[in-house]
Design a protein around this ligand. Structure first.
Ligand code: FAD
Ligand code: FES
Length: 258
């Protein structure tokens, strides 16, 4: 198990409404899609994808509750503590790939574009509820010539969900793979749409996590521990999981509908 690493924040970036990136030195090898457990003393320890994997790593936080609001208030020079990296990340695939980012899911997906050496092999679809919540659009354009956006309210890009956008892009071009992260209902729809177009892919799940290393069982889905067997799964694996896209476990371990 990785020891707790104490880090000092070198840079903060407001990425969009309610989104902030914290950058720090973290000298460990990380795959796109892997995550760290971030310790918020006296409050909680929560999973966060690493959104930047270069020499200066980063996490990108969507402020939704107590822990993420505390992280979002940290400033340059403040310290933080993390364990990791954990989990099975995205594979480096050879073929034409469509990256699909739903909301904060862009944090897990964008590093894939950065490690690809050919901008013609990667197209990117980024979706959010509204224009202010779209993140990483400019960053994506550094790695792809075909970056498209969607918003639920039509305030930027295509009006509709990022799955509608991905479907449209799959009609226009032939892709070999999809790689995606976002809310599970979105991933479940995307998996179906991908199948209709004969495109298989990898999908990163967000489940409630406590230990992050396969011990507590909080994150289990149909016998698989998302923290160690995932968070990235192939579509074919997810199709055999009856809870995928239907139910999850809450903090008490109770199964609830998505
Ligand atoms: C592998 C993984 C990677 C993630 N990466 C990111 C990321 O890059 N950026 C980002 O903004 N968010 C990410 N999340 C989600 C993030 O962990 C939750 O938003 C955060 O834990 C919420 O904590 P809170 O106290 O602010 O909110 P709360 O009010 O406690 O909860 C808000 C929501 O977050 C969920 N949540 C709460 N605690 C956890 C937990 N321990 N594990 C999983 N979900 C939890 C709850 O189910 C609830 O729906 C990731 C989750 C997982 C599992
Ligand atoms: S979070 Fe404990 S087993 Fe996955």
């Amino acid at each position: 198990m990785h020891k707790l690493a104490f880090l000092r924040i070198k840079e903060t970036v407001v990425e969009g409404k309610g989104f902030k990136t914290l950058r720090f030195m973290f000298n460990r090898k990380v795959r796109p899609g892997q995550f760290v457990m971030v310790w918020i003393p006296g409050v909680d320890e929560i999973p966060m994808s690493l959104s930047y994997l270069g020499r200066i790593k980063g996490i990108t936080i969507r402020e939704v509750g107590e822990s993420t609001k505390i992280l979002g208030s940290l400033k340059v020079g403040d310290s933080m503590a993390i364990r990791g990296p954990f989990g099975r990340g995205f594979e480096r695939l050879s073929g034409k790939t469509l990256l699909v980012c739903g909301g904060a899911g862009a944090a897990a997906v964008l590093p894939i574009a950065e490690e690809m050496d050919n901008r013609e092999r990667v197209d990117i679809a980024i979706g959010a509820r509204t224009k202010d919540e779209l993140i990483f659009e400019e960053r994506s354009k550094m790695y792809s010539d075909n970056v498209r956006t969607s918003t639920d309210d039509g305030s930027e890009g295509c009006e509709g969900t990022v799955v509608d956008l991905a479907k449209h892009m799959m009609k226009e071009r032939k892709y070999d793979f999809l790689q995606a992260c976002g809310p599970e209902s979105m991933l479940s729809s995307l998996l179906k749409v991908g199948k209709e177009h004969g495109v298989s892919g990898q999908f990163s799940l967000e489940r409630f996590m406590r230990c992050g290393v396969g011990i507590c069982g909080s994150c289990v889905i149909n016998g698989k521990r998302v923290c160690t067997d995932g968070p990235v799964f192939w579509g074919e694996e997810l199709e055999s999981m009856s809870d995928f896209g239907r139910s999850k476990r809450d903090e008490s371990g109770q199964k609830i509908g998505l």
